[in-house]
Design a protein around this ligand. Structure first.
Ligand code: NAP
Length: 250
């Protein structure tokens, strides 16, 4: 039995992972913004699986650290926190973020600042325990700036760099740090997107996250077919990249 804390637990991907953890008998702490979705998820997972929950907007002052404090407090009596997954995110409307800094700021605050606000106390808590696995969902969008989603991609790229630093900071300290570079997934975040052959589903990616969080840390492409694809996309010179509409178009 593992003690698992999920931040952004009502996300479609996180909820699918929660179902998998619950099915194998793990104990869950769920933090999310939407009280109704949180209650519905809690009911779906059942009281035997859910040890506690927390409702709040991670971009609001003090909320992220309160959520992390509640996670550690929930499990304090029974043992250390074994797994923490940070899964919240906001894609936003790319072209709106180009016209209006308020829209860009919402994307940057949600994906970057609010995640760091969670990670500062989470990483310190896991380091103090000398035990645990930390996973953060970033995106293949962070691998290369594209006109379609570069504001969101820049925030996720920042997280990739931050997590590289955390992974090396905690090297040999008993804490595995996982960066999940997710490809497109059919979820509420992508309802308006055309679903091409490389799209995955929450049900397909969730088991990958759960399995990886049982193993050694690192940067994981999810699903794995994105690793070679992104290897090519990253290597293309800009002058070549810009000629391909499917890469550089809107
Ligand atoms: N879907 C994709 O194609 C894709 C691709 C690459 C990476 N990702 C990443 O995968 C993760 C999961 O996304 P998903 O596909 O499962 O999307 P989703 O179902 O839309 O979930 C996004 C979640 O983030 C939560 N959230 C947003 N802002 C928040 C805030 N300020 N405070 C607390 N929670 C907040 C939302 O809460 P509410 O329920 O209150 O709105 C929602 O539960 C995200 O990090 C996303 O960036 C997704």
């Amino acid at each position: 039995m593992k003690r698992v804390a999920i931040f952004g637990a009502t996300s479609a991907v996180a909820a699918a992972a929660a179902e998998r953890w619950a099915a194998r008998g793990d104990r869950l702490f769920l933090a999310g913004r939407d009280a109704e979705k949180l209650a519905a998820l809690r009911a779906r997972l059942g009281n035997a699986a859910v040890a506690g929950d927390f409702q709040g907007d991670f971009t609001a002052p003090g909320v992220a650290s309160a959520a992390v404090g509640a996670a550690f407090a929930t499990f304090a009596e029974t043992g250390p926190l074994d797994v923490a997954l940070v899964a919240h995110g906001l894609l936003g409307e790319q072209q709106e973020t180009e016209r209006d800094f308020t829209a860009a700021d919402a994307v940057l605050q949600t994906n970057f600042n609010a995640t760091i606000a969670l990670l500062v106390p989470l990483v310190n808590g896991l380091e103090a325990q000398g035990h645990g696995a930390l996973g953060v969902i970033t995106s293949v969008a962070g691998e290369r700036g594209r006109p379609r989603n570069y504001t969101y991609g820049a925030a996720k790229a920042g997280l990739n760099t931050y997590l590289q630093g955390v992974r090396s900071r905690l090297y040999g300290r008993g804490v595995a740090v996982h960066t999940f570079k997710l490809g497109p997934v059919d979820s509420p975040m992508t309802t308006t997107h055309t679903k091409h052959a490389l799209f995955s589903t929450p049900e397909r990616v969730a088991p990958i996250l759960v399995d990886r969080l049982d193993g050694p840390g690192g940067e994981h492409y999810v699903p794995g077919y994105w690793r070679p694809i992104l290897g090519v996309v990253r290597a293309l010179p800009e002058a070549v990249f810009q000629r391909f509409g499917f890469l550089a178009g809107r």
